[in-house]
Design a protein around this ligand. Structure first.
Ligand code: HEM
Length: 387
């Protein structure tokens, strides 16, 4: 089973030369190169249907129902700012994973910080703007790309794609800042993880002063073939949260405007770290944090160095996808990973239709199917057996 899983991931890792979405201005020539070999389509697909719509489509429809449709903007995390920097890995990272991200060379990164929710004009200090997001795109030497997509929740609100959809639909029955409808109250009551997770977030005084969590578990594979489940944590130099009153008193764009100004005066540093699962820790349920005493390894320093002049235009063309991985990093059996890859692609197709070429659609479908195959054919992590 192990060999099957490894070989599946090996064929499913598509070089970014085959990607369609332009994200690195230095790599524009790769954007429409569809000449790379592609894996054969896998047998499984994420086609749980309601009225013929896949769950991925239902999720984006549900987000649109909750927040409205705002052409050109993401269905979730609609408001954001893009910056650039570099990642320098540690030797400990290379011991855990044979990923080219950790090979020892500096890797240029494009980073997008965002407010939660699908309202492009949200106040950065609003309750709905939490959890704030941090997405990283690594630009590898061979033109390949890899993404990490995180937010400031310590663990997630729900554990299945269907519950994520239903959470949006339940929330849509109440006004965004108004009293909760009976339907929304009922959903929250039957899904206690939603309010538990939301209680873990704050409003930072700067995107630079927040800690961000990958939440979904992934698996490191090193040169020797050793496998280690982990969750990303992106650690700032300090965490600074505002009180609700202070957050409300800030100008509406205080986070999005502050970061480029801060970078003019010096770099902003984060550490990319990995919380390592113990053998008894489950990897399937992202509403369950692992105990705080689990080992956290510093994978490298991520320094944000440059604002970009065309952030608004660039973020429309960018797509960050949690399952866009390299060799040496694999999805776990967490079902959110495939649903995220699928629904982000649906959302991208709607917000940037010109970039969503047939080659993009094919690659997105292959990635999601590869996630599903990986999740179902993965050697079970001890703690997931019998769950
Ligand atoms: C079932 C679970 C989830 C679903 C269905 C979902 C869905 C979505 C969708 C549809 C988008 C818009 C994508 C686009 O247009 O590019 C989005 C954006 C985003 N999501 Fe999720 N999400 C889920 C879980 C998570 C989790 C666990 C995290 C954090 C660990 C997260 C963080 C983000 C961030 C940061 C963005 C903005 C990405 C960017 O900067 O381009 N989401 N999500």
């Amino acid at each position: 089973m192990l060999a099957t899983y490894r070989s599946l991931r090996a064929v499913a890792t598509i070089p970014a030369a085959a990607l369609v979405v332009v994200v690195c201005t230095a790599c524009e020539q790769h954007a429409h190169d569809d000449s790379q070999p592609r894996p054969a389509a896998a047998a499984s697909s994420h086609e749980t249907s309601s009225g013929g719509r896949s769950v991925d489509v239902q999720i984006v429809d549900a987000l649109n129902t909750r927040y409205g449709v705002h052409p050109g903007f993401r269905s979730n995390h609609a408001k954001g700012v893009v910056v650039q920097g570099v990642f320098v890995p540690t030797p400990q990272a290379a011991a855990l994973s044979r990923s080219p991200l950790f090979a020892g060379v500096r890797v240029p990164v494009t980073v997008r910080f965002s407010d939660a929710g699908g309202f492009p004009d949200l106040h950065d200090g609003a309750k709905l703007a939490k959890p704030h997001g941090m997405s990283i795109k690594f630009h590898l030497r061979d033109g390949a790309e890899s993404d990490i997509v995180t937010n400031s929740l310590k663990f997630f609100t729900v554990s299945t794609p269907e519950d994520f959809r239903d959470l949006q639909l339940a929330a849509a029955t109440s006004p965004p800042d108004g009293p909760r409808s009976p339907a929304f109250e009922a959903f929250l009551k039957s899904h206690s993880s939603v309010e538990a997770a939301n209680a873990t977030v704050g409003t930072p005084d700067s995107f630079a002063d927040e800690q961000y969590f990958g939440i979904d578990a992934f698996i490191f594979v090193n040169q020797a073939g050793d496998r280690q489940p982990f969750r990303y944590i992106i650690a700032p130099e300090k965490v600074v949260h505002l009180s609700e009153d202070d957050a409300a008193r800030q100008p509406p764009n205080f986070l999005v405007d502050e970061l480029p100004r801060r970078i003019e005066h010096g770099v902003v540093t984060f550490h990319l770290t990995a919380q390592l699962a113990a053998p008894e820790d489950q990897t399937r349920d992202p509403t369950q944090a692992w105990p705080d005493d689990r080992k956290v390894v510093d994978l490298g320093a991520l320094t944000i160095r440059h604002a970009v002049a065309d952030s608004d235009a660039l973020q429309q063309r960018l797509l960050f996808t949690p399952g866009r991985l390299t060799d040496g990093i694999e999805p776990s059996d967490d079902p959110l990973i495939a649903a995220r890859d699928g629904s982000y692609a649906v959302s991208f197709t709607r917000r940037s239709p010109a970039s969503a070429t047939p080659a993009f659609q094919r690659e997105a479908k292959e990635r999601e199917e590869s996630d599903l195959n990986a999740a179902s054919s993965q050697p079970p992590h001890a703690a997931n057996i019998d769950r």
